[in-house]
Design a protein around this ligand. Structure first.
Ligand code: FES
Length: 164
């Protein structure tokens, strides 16, 4: 092909960008990124900084679910439901030494901590080990529909037993 298709005096079209256009593109991109970053920070700042924790009150089923003279571990709540002839109570399964999860040992009629060897009676009383305090009792009541309701935020005396 020849150069006859070019009009005389008309600047040649090219796909190259000028140095000025290049820096304008860079500056525009940087400003866009900064704007997005500022928007994200603003939205995060404006949203409430709330720690969502699981509810401390939970329903533990019917008293009939727990046979007399039983200790039942509710794994999802880390709570024991104990039932004797005297009544029922809810006991924390978290060791009072350093917070390990204890285990019910029916063969020895004890709640034992696997970490440092503390042992508790089913009442929560310390029998052995480094645990400095008994396992706390949580509030256990019967709801209006007859279901057991445990409140892990309300620690009660060992003598508060639910008569069923
Ligand atoms: S955490 Fe249970 S005995 Fe240490």
């Amino acid at each position: 092909m020849s150069d006859e298709s070019k009009a005389p005096g008309k600047p040649e079209e090219t796909n190259s960008i000028t140095r000025r256009d290049f820096f304008n593109e860079i500056a525009g991109g940087a400003l866009t990124l900064a704007g997005i970053g500022a928007a994200v920070v603003t939205v995060k700042y404006a949203s409430p900084n709330v720690l969502f924790e699981p509810p401390t009150t939970f329903r533990a089923g019917s008293p009939d679910d727990y046979p007399v003279n039983s200790v039942t571990y509710l794994q999802d709540q880390q709570v024991y439901i104990v039932r004797t002839e005297k009544g029922m109570w809810a006991l924390s399964a978290v060791c009072t030494h350093l917070g390990c999860i204890t285990q019910w040992k029916p063969e020895s009629d004890q709640i034992a901590c696997p970490c440092h060897g503390s042992k508790f009676q089913r009442t929560g009383t310390v029998q052995a080990g480094p645990a400095p305090r008994p396992l706390p009792h949580f509030s256990l009541v019967l709801g209006e529909d007859g279901a057991l309701v445990v409140d892990k935020l309300e620690v009660v005396k060992e003598t508060e037993i639910l008569k069923v």
